[in-house]
Design a protein around this ligand. Structure first.
Ligand SMILES: *Cc1c(COP(=O)(O)O)cnc(C)c1O
Length: 222
């Protein structure tokens, strides 16, 4: 992608995103120069899914970038990210959440997190089922968390062209959020769902955070 293409893409996408919906620019597999172009076009929130890649990019971008971690996070990599990421969107187990809390407390910071909900049958094995999430919020010691703020949920729809199926997945994630909200802390206010091919539908179904990569930066080369 040429620089102008990236800023052009951002401008075009922003025009489709209503006020109140936050766009995370998913920059995984793209070089720091591409992120810099997006930064220069006003983008401040970037999403990365691999710890090493993220740690490499952080010093290459200005300090006011807010990094969101969106990939599966192994417990042995938590410490390295604490204090460097603004949000971990992909908290997929209580064990991981408790570790993030412990490491954040030790570092003297508060980390915002989203709980990953698993509704799309075949897409990933990671995440809480809606039932597990409801049970955790209703009963578990989430109130004991001292250095973690539960900000909401993150999820993905099934990767299919069947928009009926996709929207029912998104509605399931949004329902999960609403159900949890009743017993969640006050700052539980984010529904992160929707990517390049399905974000308009996600917004229709209640997303107030979307994670867009390909439409901004072009195809990834894995
Ligand atoms: C890669 C990724 C995205 C962005 O996907 P695009 O289709 O490129 O927009 C969003 N969310 C997560 C969790 C991802 O891993």
């Amino acid at each position: 992608m040429t620089p102008t293409a990236i800023s052009e893409n951002l401008r075009r996408i922003r025009a489709t995103i209503p006020e109140g919906v936050t766009m995370v620019a998913v920059s995984k597999f793209h070089p720091a120069e591409a992120l810099r172009e997006a930064y220069d076009a006003g983008q401040r929130i970037f999403g990365e899914s691999r710890q090493q890649e993220l740690l490499k990019k952080i010093p290459q971008l200005p300090a006011d970038v807010k990094w969101h971690f969106i990939g599966h996070l192994q417990t042995n990599k938590v410490r390295s990210l604490i204090g460097k990421v603004a949000m971990i969107e992909s908290v997929d187990s209580i064990r991981l959440l408790e570790l993030i809390d412990k490491e954040s407390a030790a570092a003297g910071v508060v980390t915002d997190v989203l709980l990953q909900v698993h509704v799309a049958a075949e897409e990933t094995k990671f995440g809480f089922t809606p039932g597990e999430l409801a049970e955790f919020i209703a009963t578990d010691p989430h109130t004991r968390l001292s250095a973690t703020r539960l900000r909401g949920v993150m999820g993905m729809a099934t990767n299919t062209g069947d928009t009926g199926h996709v929207s029912s997945d998104f509605r399931a994630i949004a329902d999960c959020f609403r159900h949890a909200k009743a017993s969640a802390p006050a700052h539980f206010d984010i529904i992160s769902m929707g990517m390049t091919h399905d974000y308009p539908l996600a917004i229709e179904c209640g997303a107030n955070m979307v994670r867009i990569g390909t439409a901004i930066f072009g195809e990834r080369e894995y």
